[in-house]
Structures are given as C-alpha cells and as structure tokens.
Design a protein around this ligand. Structure first.
Ligand code: SAM
Length: 210
C-alpha cells in the first residue's frame, strides 16, 4: 500500500496520543492505554483500518490494537476510529519486528494478518509476516490458546505460509481456499479484500495456533 507522504502526519498522530502510541510509550503496559481491562486482539499491518474498526464495533468486549508502520496510512485509521467513537481500539505506529518488545509474553489472544505484503523476491523472504522470525514473536506474545488468523489473495504467499507455519510446528484449525464461496457471516472484508475479490481473485484464509 502506497500513500503520499504527509509532512504533518507525525504531528497529527501525536496530537491524538490518547488513541495512537507513536513512540512505544505503552510498551509492556498496553493495559494502561485502554479504558477497560478485557481480552486483547491485534492486527498487524492494519492498512486504512476498515477491518479493525468494524471488528471493534461488533465486539466491544474485546480490546484491539492496530499495528501499522506507515504514519501516512495510520492517519486514515485515526479518522475512522474517531468517526465511530470506538473506545476499544488503540493504534500503534510500530514495525512488527518489535512486537516482542512491545507486548508481554502471552498478553495477546489473537493475531490477525490481512493481505500482508507478499514480498515475492526470495531475497526479501525475511520481510514476509509469516517468516519464522515473525512467527516466533507471535508465539511469544500469544496466550496458550491464542490464534493466528491469516487472509490473502496471494496464492504464492499463502502456499509459502502453509509451509512456514507447518515447519514451525503450528496446528491448523481451518484452511479455506475460497473464503468467498460461502462467505462466513462474520467475515469482514478489508480494503484489499474488497478490491481483489472484485477482480475475481480467490481469497485464502487460515486459522492456526502454536
Ligand atoms: N490489511 C490491510 C488490508 O487488507 O486492506 C492492508 C494491506 S497492505 C498490503 C499491508 C499493510 O501492512 C501496509 O499498510 C503496510 O504498511 C503494513 N506493513 C507491512 N509490513 C509491516 C510491518 N513489518 N509492521 C507493521 N506494518 C506493516
């Protein structure tokens, strides 16, 4: 996802510091950031936030942290959270490779990855969010019965991820090679999902645990 650079983006995010953590101020104390103590789910690579804001609207009893490394994109999520007046969402300007420094062990109950960048070149494999170094971080921050949910239209990334998760010893609970064929009622389409599905691409989905 590319977004034009907005020179005012960081100032904007900082003036919304009740909603956005731009400098890891709540690292290892995310509970202090939320109004209410309740289960925590995270989305890594939130994009413009359609998914996490709708999920949070439907599930007020769960806290959601949206993790995004692009400040220009995060602005759009701030706008959505404000418009819906959601109290159970916080946004973290953070690279996913910092997850372990940010969350305490077993603090998170679910990790969502939606339409993660595929990084098709072999030399960029380490950047894929299902590369083993990221899986190791998810494992450490997830609770005992915690789940990883991964959705993409990119067949090669999905195939890669099946192997990567399997090599990591993960258990697959569901694998769906055409999620929209009988689209579950609780499926929330992300921006990319809407766009790629309209083009006729198949949507792949899996749910796994460590
Ligand atoms: N999830 C959204 C969707 O499905 O519409 C956005 C998908 S977009 C292809 C991937 C997003 O992940 C981008 O916004 C990108 O900035 C973010 N991203 C990529 N690598 C990341 C990382 N290491 N940490 C945090 N965010 C990352």
């Amino acid at each position: 996802m590319r977004m034009r650079n907005k020179p005012w983006a960081m100032d904007f995010l900082k003036t919304n510091d009740d909603l956005v953590d731009t400098d890891s101020a709540y690292a290892l104390k995310i509970g202090d950031f939320f109004n209410t103590a309740q289960p925590l789910h995270i989305e890594v690579g939130t994009g413009m936030g359609t998914f996490i804001t709708e999920l949070a609207r439907r599930n007020p009893h769960i806290n959601y942290a949206g993790i995004e490394l692009d400040k220009n994109i995060l602005i759009r999520v701030v706008e959505k959270v404000r418009a819906l007046d959601l109290k159970n969402v916080k946004l973290l300007l953070l690279d996913a490779n910092m997850l372990e420094s940010y969350f305490k062990p077993q603090e998170v109950e679910r990790v969502y990855l939606n339409f993660s960048d595929p990084w098709p070149k072999h030399r960029h494999e380490k950047r894929r969010l299902t590369y083993h170094t990221f899986l190791s971080q998810y494992r450490n921050i997830l609770s005992e019965n915690g789940e990883l949910h991964f959705k993409t239209d990119n067949r090669r990334l999905f195939e890669y991820s099946l192997v990567s998760l399997n090599q990591f010893g993960m258990t697959f609970h569901e694998v769906n090679l055409n999620l929209h064929e009988n689209e579950p009622e609780d499926n929330i389409r992300t921006e990319y999902e809407g766009k790629f599905s309209a083009k006729g691409n198949l949507i792949y989905w899996l749910k796994a645990s460590f």
